[in-house]
Design a protein around this ligand. Structure first.
Ligand code: TXA
Ligand code: MG
Length: 329
């Protein structure tokens, strides 16, 4: 790893909020308190900042992130609310519930932040510091829990510092978080489904909806569980095209997902996109899902993917490529 940023820890006040907004606007990483746990924030629209965020967390895979917004109006710009979602937002926002919804047509959140999915997780936090930062920044902020991958979620600024010192730019210290567990996640992509229990009890959600919630627990990679088998999770983006990994040449009819400056041998690809011509893994991560989507639409027989090194974010990139290449039912 290269030497990271030097991490500043500052007490939450109006100065700190302004500094956080400036840092986010500059593509930086800012940890801040929400009512549930501390989040590690990045500008949701900045793919490079989002790639840096995954890198700082040391995530072995790209889990989709929650977009934090100040109110329902801002959430509606990112996601499509059905009647169920509208009722949950009215009942619990601001507060510790996250809704997974279809992406709105004009959704500006970086493809990497939603891990290439057509759905997006949105949340309106109920903590004065989080709300002030969102208001000052004026754009959506993606924020996973501010811990290293495999560690538990942080509820104090000291926890964040212990995990992420030297890997992020700023920690805004707003004391211990009141709820202490992550938000409840409910998917409204059809019948409502509980993806993760959390700060709002299941019974409270069911009471508002007047119906029982289905169950479809999501992978919680942060808690160090064994990763599920490729294709097992509906929450993984899968291209329709076949992927041919570690390709050093192109066959007739193939599209090419390149990496680095070297041109592979063989045929002229149907279409070519480069993850990073200068072999920068942060840039490659930021481009991964949008490039896969574009090549998937090229009508090729397969997508040949050049080798990507396994260090740093390369591990997560290779994880996603392997899942995308796995045979599907
Ligand atoms: O309380 C919380 O929700 C905290 C604070 C910081 O807001 N955030 C948090 O984020 O717990 P994170 O990244 O640690 O957990 C988000 C979970 C992940 O398990 C991810 O897989 C899931 O939300 N998720 C996000 N977008 C999704 C989507 N489109 N479909 C299914 N699951 C999604
Ligand atoms: Mg987490």
């Amino acid at each position: 790893m290269t030497a990271g940023p030097s991490t500043r820890l500052i007490k939450a006040d109006s100065e700190a909020v302004a500094a956080a907004a400036r840092c986010l606007a500059a593509g930086g990483l800012v940890a801040f308190p929400t009512e549930t746990v501390y989040g590690l924030g990045a500008d949701a629209q900045d793919g490079i900042a989002v790639a840096r965020l995954y890198d700082a967390k040391g995530r072995p895979a790209f889990n989709p992130l929650i977009a934090h917004v100040p109110d329902l109006k801002a959430a509606r710009e990112l996601a499509a609310f059905d009647a169920t979602a509208g009722r949950l937002a009215a009942a619990f926002w601001p507060g510790p519930i996250t809704l997974v919804l279809p992406k709105a047509p004009g959704c500006t959140v970086a493809e990497l932040a939603t891990a290439g999915l057509d759905s997006i997780a949105v949340r309106v936090p109920d903590h004065p510091v989080a709300r002030d930062i969102l208001a000052a920044f004026g754009r959506p902020v993606v924020a996973p829990s501010a811990n290293r991958s495999g560690h538990v979620s942080p509820t104090t600024a000291q926890h964040v510092l212990a995990d992420l010192r030297g890997r992020i730019d700023l920690i805004v210290d707003g004391g211990a978080t009141p709820v202490g567990v992550e938000s409840t996640i409910v998917a409204c992509l059809g019948e409502p489904v509980l993806l993760r229990p959390g700060g709002v009890p299941r019974a409270a959600v069911e009471q508002v909806l007047g119906q029982a919630l289905g169950d479809a627990p999501i992978e919680t990679a942060d808690e160090g569980e064994a990763p599920l088998a490729p294709g097992q999770l509906a929450s993984h983006y899968a291209p329709r095209s076949r992927l041919r990994l570690d390709a050093t040449s192109v066959s007739a009819g193939e599209a090419l997902l390149a990496f680095g400056a070297q041109a592979p041998a063989g045929s002229e690809p149907v279409r070519m996109l480069n993850l990073s011509a200068r072999s920068d893994l942060i840039e490659a991560a930021a481009n991964l899902f949008s490039h896969l989507r574009a090549l998937d639409a090229a009508g090729a027989t397969a997508i040949a993917v050049m080798p990507v090194p396994h260090e740093g974010l390369g591990e997560a990139i290779n994880d996603r490529l392997k899942r995308a290449a796995a045979p599907r039912p």
